[in-house]
Ligand binder design. Structure first.
Ligand SMILES: [Mg+2]
Length: 383
């Protein structure tokens, strides 16, 4: 009789350099960090998960340091001894003792799903509804703020065959300058690629009134989270006025957020992210509510490495309709990865790998080289 009870949970902070600076409205980053999670059963089977923030706690209030602490001190004691297939019971148990901390919970759930898939000998997409697609067109972030350099970067991505969708990160320049930059980039890529924009909540409604029509004229076809995350009514008004698609991201973290957005029909499109919604199952629920209310879905990211990206692709594989694609591009932005076979981008699409669980394997040498506590040693059990 197999024993699928959880014996141990390990969390490791890993620092990853980026190929270039990545600017967000709030911060500019040259490195990112992830938490690798390993969950082991009494039988010695292992599931892996990743927690990733967009280079710090500005997005959700969680950092890799807080994530590690919350998992080690508050989540692990709740799950050791539990059955790996009892996800709903485990989530309820953890939620009773730990409010919020969606990113930490998401990485743990990811490891559970990896483990379930490995035990059942099926990919995670088969647990979540079955494979509806085997690849996903993803956007590449343009986030340096320098239009000429961004055009060059986009051209080289198109030439590489990996990306022909682009998302301009906005909000770190003043709006006049930022909109001029966005229009320059979009006009020069016209006919070659689609360009979207994400001000990450940095505008007000008055700015949207002049900025969005200008960007639409330049060919930008989707604008993400232009105003503050709490401003559902404002976003509904912006959506009503705009010809381009308006997407909510920061505004939709929980199932309850999605219900409210659906009632208001506050946007055209919502970004799904495993981290912000505490896992793949909640993301799946949000997708179902969105689709049931006529709102389209998009596969978002926090620029995870190949572990979290594999989880994103497993979820995306279950979603038959992603009219604007997604943005699972983290593995191409980080200069070092911790997967044996990093995510594959071919014919402008991220490919779903064959395999069980998340269908991704950790490169132990890379983990040893990049882990933050590099003087960590594994002690062999005595006797
Ligand atoms: Mg966003």
């Amino acid at each position: 009789m197999s024993n699928y009870k959880i014996r141990s949970v390990e969390t490791i902070i890993i620092d990853l350099p980026l190929h270039r600076i990545q600017k967000f409205a709030a911060v500019g980053a040259r490195t990112t960090a992830v938490v690798l999670i390993r969950i082991t059963t009494e039988d010695g089977l292992e599931g892996i998960g990743e927690c990733c923030t967009p280079s710090g706690p500005w997005w959700a209030g969680e950092s890799v340091e807080s994530i590690k602490l919350m998992i080690d001190d508050h989540i692990t004691p709740q799950i050791v001894g539990e059955d790996v297939f009892n996800i709903r019971g485990i989530v309820r148990k953890v939620d009773r003792v730990l409010f919020g901390n969606a990113f930490a919970k998401a990485g743990v759930e990811m490891a559970f799903l990896d483990l379930q898939g490995k035990i059942a000998n099926i990919p995670v997409c088969n647990i979540l509804g079955g494979k509806q697609r085997s690849s996903l067109q993803c956007s590449w972030p343009l986030a340096t703020g320098l239009a000429e350099a961004e055009i060059e970067e986009a051209e080289s991505q198109i030439a590489s065959g990996r990306f022909n969708l682009f998302k301009l990160k906005m909000g770190f320049l003043d709006p006049e300058q930022d909109v001029a930059r966005a229009c320059t980039v979009a006009r020069s890529l016209e006919g070659k690629a689609k360009v979207r924009a994400d001000p990450n909540e940095s505008w007000d409604e008055a700015t949207c009134k002049w900025a969005i029509p200008k960007m639409e004229n330049a060919g930008i076809d989707m604008i993400e989270q232009p105003v503050a995350r709490w401003n559902f009514d404002g976003t509904a008004r912006i959506t009503e006025r705009s010809n381009s698609a308006i997407m909510m991201d920061e505004s939709v973290c929980t199932v309850q957020d999605m219900l409210r957005i659906a009632q208001l029909h506050a946007c055209d499109l919502v970004s799904l992210k495993i981290m912000k919604s505490a896992g793949l199952w909640n993301s799946r629920r949000i997708a179902d509510i969105a689709l049931s209310s006529g709102i389209s879905i998009y596969m978002g990211t926090f620029l995870e490495c190949s572990i979290g990206t594999a989880a994103g692709m497993q979820l995306a594989a279950t979603l038959e309709s992603l009219p604007y694609g997604g943005e699972l591009s983290g593995p191409c932005l980080i200069a070092e990865d911790i997967a044996v076979r990093p995510a594959r981008y071919e014919n402008f699409e991220l490919q779903l790998e064959d395999g069980v669980g998340l269908a991704v394997e950790v490169d132990e040498d890379k983990v040893s080289a990049l882990r933050r506590d590099r003087n960590y040693t594994v002690h062999a059990a005595s006797g």
